[in-house]
Write a protein that binds this ligand. Structure first.
Ligand SMILES: C[S@@+](CC[C@H](N)C(=O)[O-])C[C@H]1O[C@@H](n2cnc3c(N)ncnc32)[C@H](O)[C@@H]1O
Length: 281
């Protein structure tokens, strides 16, 4: 399957066509492919900071952690809960906020193993994340871009996956076909509770997100998954901590206490919610 097809210019929304190692629109806006094959479709005027999204250090920590497959049950849960009428050969999937590409890469391996050929696109606002992702799997289109303004025409995807990300629902709705699906994966009340109990003097009451529903979408299914895993070195513990918001939120004392750990048993508590795009009445 060819990559980087059917994309739009982030400046004027005209379609982009391949010209050697660049993508170009009819107004002459040109986007060069990076050496690793991704393309940056986030124009400077759409950036809110010089280096948006996850930093190089966060990306490296997330990659080191995910590469140990501690979160592989999440990959399996995505495939198991994916509505079967949508998961057919030729399905066009966007991972919106793909990070360093672990999930999309592993999902692709499972899809290929079950002979479901998919057209996969991973997009993230962090150039560090997309650089890392683009080294994982050359059959996937990797884009630097923003969920707030996806560089694609309307109705471009059959499914959008948003794992621990920043969903922008009206834009996801635009980019999905009329029967398109959206997956939100988020943490539940007990996610990493053992670590949070060390980091914080008290644990805030859990507030479920989107409990009132999501504008423009109807809930198809909701499933919780819990599993346990053990980190057995300080390096693994620091990788996990550095890829979560706790690295910024926790107190100095909490982080110092975590530095003394040699191992920790952890609970993962994950929620998977599949939504279908609502058509205007
Ligand atoms: C918590 S990480 C999750 C990454 C990946 N989905 C995973 O679970 O490993 C959130 C990601 O969202 C990206 N991000 C933040 N704002 C974004 C936006 N407006 N559009 C696309 N990606 C964004 C960050 O750069 C980061 O890689």
């Amino acid at each position: 399957m060819r990559t980087l097809e059917n994309l739009s210019c982030p400046i004027d929304s005209l379609s982009l066509s391949r010209d050697g190692n660049s993508l170009k629109c009819d107004n002459g806006h040109t986007y060069d492919l990076a050496k690793t094959g991704y393309v940056n479709l986030l124009p400077v005027q759409n950036k809110r900071s010089k280096d948006p999204g996850d930093s190089k250090a966060m990306v490296a920590a997330r990659q080191a952690f995910l590469n140990q497959h501690f979160y592989y049950p999440i990959v399996e849960a995505v495939l198991e809960t994916w509505p079967k009428d949508n998961l057919v050969s030729g399905v066009r999937v966007l991972d919106a906020g793909c990070g360093e590409g672990y999930y999309l890469n592993e999902i692709n391996k499972l899809l290929l193993a079950q002979q479901t050929e998919a057209e996969l696109t991973g997009l993230d606002i962090s150039k560090w994340a997309v650089t890392a992702a683009s080294k994982r799997d050359k059959s996937i289109s990797w884009l630097v871009g923003s969920n707030a303004s996806l560089p694609t025409p309307a109705e471009r995807f059959d499914a959008i996956l948003c794992l621990f990300g920043f969903p922008i629902f009206n834009e996801f709705s635009r980019a999905l076909t009329d029967s398109g699906l959206l997956l939100l994966v988020e943490s539940g009340a007990n996610h990493l509770i053992e670590l949070r109990q060390i980091l914080y003097p008290s644990i805030h009451e859990y507030k479920s997100t989107h409990s009132e529903g999501v504008d423009g979408f109807e809930l198809v299914s909701e499933e919780a998954r819990n599993f346990e895993f053990t980190l057995s070195s300080q390096a693994e513990i620091q990788d996990l901590l550095s890829m979560t918001p706790h690295i910024h939120k926790a107190s100095y004392d909490g982080k110092e206490a975590v530095k003394k750990l040699e191992s920790i048993n952890l609970t993962a508590d994950i929620k998977l919610r599949w939504y279908r795009k609502k058509l205007p009445e």
